[in-house]
Design a protein around this ligand. Structure first.
Ligand SMILES: Nc1ncnc2c1ncn2[C@@H]1O[C@H](COP(=O)(O)OP(=O)(O)OP(=O)(O)O)[C@@H](O)[C@H]1O
Ligand SMILES: [Mg+2]
Length: 230
């Protein structure tokens, strides 16, 4: 069974009489353990696609399955539960809570997990350590570099043992060196922990870390190529 399967997925926006097909019939499969880069020009539907398969938004038409479950017919609360269990999100702008320490940011997704406060702390500490952030637990986001903030965000994405990480331009706000470090972490998570990674990027150097590149144009897939990582 595919981790993600979409069939004729569409998202149509109707704005003051003009109709925009942000996604215009996407049929594709993503298997467990893949590392996929989504590319394509601005406005081609990449974020819309990520939002639909990430249970953040609902399609206008077509179907989307996550581990065989049709997520199109779930209500908002049900989608939130699936998201929390199955998907770790990483964003271009890190999306950490300000005035909240690194470790508390990582603990957030576990608040409703039933774990004790001590277990939450231990797990968060372990996730930060995996990201090379030992000793930075009590730092506030503005006391960390961009690359370090993004590593806190990845620790937060991982801490519930989500099998899938989705990242929309995760290196968009980072310099080349920090970008490479972040990509190497994604590769490690993919190879060693078998976490499926789906990321959006504009940069070929970043897509080069992936094993499959799907290109979007005008809401459609125009190419889909598997490749070996150099
Ligand atoms: N809420 C909305 N209402 C109306 N139109 C929207 C909405 N969200 C997206 N669109 C339109 O849908 C199309 C696809 O947008 P989307 O954000 O998916 O593009 P993208 O490929 O992620 O672009 P970028 O690389 O700039 O992030 C665009 O034409 C956009 O204007
Ligand atoms: Mg986008």
């Amino acid at each position: 069974m595919a981790l993600i399967e979409t069939v004729g997925l569409k998202k149509i926006y109707n704005l003051g009489g003009s109709v925009i097909a942000a996604l215009d019939g996407i049929t594709t499969n993503i298997e467990k353990g893949e590392f996929v880069a989504i590319m394509g020009p601005s406005g081609s539907g990449k974020s819309t696609f990520m939002n639909l398969i990430g249970c953040l938004d609902k399609p206008t038409a077509g179907r989307c399955f996550l581990e065989g479950m049709d997520i199109g017919c779930l209500n908002r609360d049900e989608l939130a539960v699936i998201r929390n269990k199955k998907i770790g999100f990483v964003f271009q702008s890190f999306n950490l809570l300000p005035r909240t320490s690194a470790i508390e940011n990582v603990e957030l997704p576990m608040l409703y997990s039933g774990l004790s406060p001590l277990d939450r702390k231990l797990r968060a500490r372990k996730a930060l350590k995996m990201m090379g952030l030992e000793g930075r637990e009590e730092h506030l986001p503005n006391q960390l570099s961009g690359g370090q903030q993004q590593r806190v965000a990845i620790a937060r994405a991982l801490v519930n043992d989500a099998p899938l990480i989705m990242a929309d331009e995760p290196t968009g706000n980072l310099d080349t060196k920090a970008s490479e470090e972040i990509m190497e972490l994604f590769v490690k998570l993919n190879e060693e922990s078998h976490i499926t990674v789906i990321l959006v990027t504009h940069e070929h150097d970043i897509a080069a870390f992936s094993k499959r590149i799907i290109r979007f144009l005008d809401g459609k897939i125009v190419s889909d190529e598997k490749r070996s990582r150099p």
